[in-house]
Design a protein around this ligand. Structure first.
Ligand code: HEC
Ligand code: HEC
Length: 463
């Protein structure tokens, strides 16, 4: 008896420790499908200037002094072939000069928004190999210690690091996950907002709001879809002017809204570059006849939500309620009540022109499917490894492991090669039994026959 109580107690403790702060689950959404209206976007940006700014620009505001890294190698990073101080840095980080003229390093958009497929780096493809299970608090402490040893508190280097150091410390416990491969960017933005004054974006020691301990993360969407969308993000939360929404990444290190005002004008060019992005083409042979059969099935069963492709392209910009799509509800359930919504809608982002605001929905956007062959794993939480599994829900693996090699691509099931497991195996094992990561719902392919699904998958390769 005693033994059982102890075991039960330990289990309870374990459960509490792991899942404290799961949001209230939304059960009534009050809508089935909603269309997101368009909002006028800024035009006239220069895509080349925008791309250069994303790779070499100062939008993160502050970072770790470049001089901290000592003597650097002279080996050029052959992937992007960048000029100047970035020539020898890997593509996912950028060195830039801060307002007080110190060269610092920080991550750039491509840390999360680029990935390899079949051994080829694709800029704009979501990186599903980040590991947010790391203990970032330890990393943050380590960084502060090294900074203190190396630079005086009143040095220019310390000043160039200070904003990033403070935000990183604050966000560290808020971005840790219990699942590999998924990304907590949304929590990262929220944790930064937690310590920023909404009106001038300056640092506030006292948090503006509380955040739950259980951090829900997602897959990273491909950037070439943006040009079709009237809202950003899985829950359609991002509305209004896209330049402002994209600039949220800078919440990690900009000092305040004065610098934001300067940088935001550059995001018109970034937007123009994002609008030039195209989905990569499927690199293996396609059976055209089978694909043509698949197209008919797609137009019959799928296009009302996902749009049409080829000769008559169209995209309806629909958000589908949790009750209809029935995929894992936790991400959207949290989004509708997340404290960042109120913060954002009272902040510089929403109150100054051009305006952007947050309007989350208790559902998920039915995304455009361009380049869908390349963007496994599938669904907002990345819980389904291949299109075959996505289109037949009883076949989806509960626990699955993949390798780290992007050449382990499966052209038959279309997506990641994987092995189904009965318990956690290697580093890249996805566990759909963890809260927020279930692979349920989106059963729209189940009613089709095996042959019909084959045809449909062949068609999806061509998008
Ligand atoms: C820490 C990782 C990370 C960084 C850095 C990052 N993003 Fe993202 N981005 C994400 C994730 C994750 C999402 C999906 C969040 C969601 O929809 O709830 C996302 C969503 C987006 C979307 C919306 C896509 C869609 O279909 O709705 C765009 C556009 C975007 N990011 C652009 C950028 C740009 C530009 C930068 C650099 C200024 C950037 N991101 C930096 C992880 C990141
Ligand atoms: C009622 C609307 C609706 C219908 C019908 C529908 N879908 Fe979806 N689909 C969605 C929504 C919403 C999502 C996003 C769900 C999520 O992320 O949790 C989605 C996600 C997907 C994804 C994954 C996208 C990604 O990037 O992860 C694919 C692939 C897909 N659908 C294909 C299809 C196909 C093929 C059909 C036809 C058999 C179909 N869908 C029918 C609404 C729909």
């Amino acid at each position: 008896m005693k033994k059982i109580t102890i075991v039960a107690g330990l289990l309870l403790l374990y459960a509490c420790n792991t899942y404290v702060g799961l949001p209230e689950k939304v059960t009534q959404t009050g809508f089935k499908v909603r269309e997101i209206p368009p909002y006028p976007q800024q035009t006239g940006g220069d895509p080349e200037v925008g791309f250069d700014y994303l790779l070499n620009g100062d939008y993160i505001g502050s970072g770790v002094p470049l001089s901290l890294f000592g003597k650097r190698t002279s080996r050029r990073d052959s992937i992007l072939d960048r000029p100047g101080i970035n020539a020898t840095l890997p593509y996912m980080v950028t060195a830039f000069e801060t307002a007080n003229q110190i060269s610092v390093v920080n991550g750039n958009c491509f840390t999360c928004h680029s990935a390899e497929i079949n051994g080829q780096l694709v800029l704009g493809l979501g990186n599903s190999f980040s590991d947010f299970r790391n203990n970032f608090s330890v990393m943050s402490k380590g960084m502060n210690t090294v900074m203190r040893l190396r630079y005086k508190k009143d040095s220019e280097e310390w000043a160039a690091y200070e904003d990033f150091g403070a935000y990183f410390k604050a966000i560290a416990p808020r971005i840790r996950t219990n699942q590999p491969g998924v990304n907590t960017a949304a929590r990262l933005a929220e944790a930064c907002a937690m310590h920023r004054d909404p009106s001038d974006l300056s640092y506030r020691e006292q948090p503006n709001f509380e955040m739950p301990d259980y951090n829900i993360a997602t897959d990273v969407p491909p950037l070439w879809l943006m040009k079709k969308k009237n809202s950003l993000y899985y829950t359609a939360v991002g509305r209004g002017d896209f330049t402002k929404l994209l600039f949220q990444a800078a919440l990690l290190g900009i000092p305040d809204s004065t610098q934001a005002r300067v940088a935001i004008t550059r995001f018109k060019d970034v937007l123009a570059w994002l609008e030039t992005l195209e989905a990569p083409e499927y690199p293996f042979p396609v059976n055209q006849q089978l694909a043509a059969e698949g197209e008919k099935l797609f137009n019959e069963h799928c296009s009302k939500c996902h749009g049409t492709y080829g000769e008559n392209p169209g995209y309806p910009n629909k958000v589908v309620s949790l009750e209809v799509v029935k995929t894992d509800p936790w991400y959207a359930s949290y989004a509708v009540d997340a404290p960042i919504v109120e913060w954002y809608n009272q902040s510089w982002f929403a109150l100054s022109e051009p305006k952007s605001w947050f309007e989350p929905q208790a559902g998920y956007v039915a995304p455009p499917l361009d380049g869908i062959w390349a963007s496994a794993p599938y669904l907002h939480n990345g819980s389904v490894p291949t299109l075959e599994d996505l289109l037949y829900s009883p076949g989806r693996p509960a626990i699955w492991e993949r390798s780290e090699d992007s050449r382990d691509y499966d052209p038959v099931k279309v997506g990641w090669k994987y092995e189904a497991k009965t318990k956690k195996a290697g580093k890249w094992t996805y566990n759909t039994r963890l809260p927020a990561y279930s692979n349920v719902g989106h059963t729209f392919g189940d009613k089709l026959s095996g042959a019909e699904r084959k045809a449909l998958i062949e068609y999806l390769k061509t998008l």
